[in-house]
Design a protein around this ligand. Structure first.
Ligand code: ZN
Length: 242
């Protein structure tokens, strides 16, 4: 049976990868935008990442120093969120699941309502080209004010799921949030076992009744985790990344 996508990856043939219709089950909205678009918009050069990143921390440092300064405004957020969807379309993605952090609600005077309105209009703009599921991103350890925003996001019934990231050791404090999302039919995913804390994968899965693990690649280092995860057909484990 032919596997053109696998063959394209093996051959490092990006044009062939782009040409295939595909699903992208995880990106972080604005961070899905190509740097060239931001560069053209701001009309100034943005340094490219080093050939070899110093782990996930190095990747975060790069994004923090080069990209984030342009994104912490309503204009910057909306430009890059839009650009990320355009890039997904150009990459041949027909279904995109994307996390949008609740912190972006603070860019709007009417907070969650303003964010919701923008995201709705964004999906409407591209609905003929791509299906986008917007998940509410929340960083574990973030402020009580942002946690309150997260509950307000759940009440909008707009977000298809929640995506928990941040401090992976903080499991218990967010069980209520996960349950609130589940009660209204949202999926619950979490970043865990991405670059460390493989031992937290199973407790996180069980505490939140996860529908998906973001990245989670350290699971392969455990003798029993792959079988545990494989036994639950709900699971989606997204690949290496941010
Ligand atoms: Zn991620």
């Amino acid at each position: 049976m032919p596997h053109p996508f696998i063959d394209a990856l093996k051959n490092n043939d990006l044009d062939a990868v782009k040409a295939l219709t595909k699903t992208d089950l995880h990106n972080h909205s604005i961070l899905g935008a190509r740097v060239e678009r931001v560069e053209a918009w701001k009309a100034c050069p943005i340094p490219r990442p080093p050939d070899k990143m110093n782990g996930v921390r190095g990747m975060m440092d790069y994004a923090g120093s080069t990209l984030y300064p342009y994104l912490h405004s309503q204009e910057g957020f909306e430009f890059t969120a839009d650009a990320a969807i355009q890039d997904a379309i150009e990459d041949g993605v027909s279904l995109l699941e994307t996390s949008v952090d609740v912190k972006f609600a603070f860019l709007y005077s009417d907070r969650v309502h303003g964010l919701h309105q923008f995201l709705s209009s964004l999906l409407d703009r591209y609905q003929d080209c791509i299906t986008v599921h917007v998940e509410m991103g929340f960083s574990r350890g973030d402020s009580e004010e942002r946690l309150d925003m997260a509950y307000q996001c759940i009440e909008t019934a707009f977000f298809t799921g929640i995506d928990l990231y941040g401090d992976q050791t903080l499991i218990k404090p967010y069980i209520d949030l996960a349950q609130a999302a589940k009660q209204v039919g949202m999926s619950v995913k979490a970043h865990v076992g991405e670059h460390d804390h493989a031992e937290l994968i199973r407790p996180t899965v069980e505490a939140y009744e996860l529908d998906g693990i973001q990245h989670g690649i350290r699971a392969v280092e455990s003798p029993e985790l792959p079988a545990f995860l494989e036994a639950d057909t709900r699971f989606i484990i997204t690949g290496p990344g941010l």
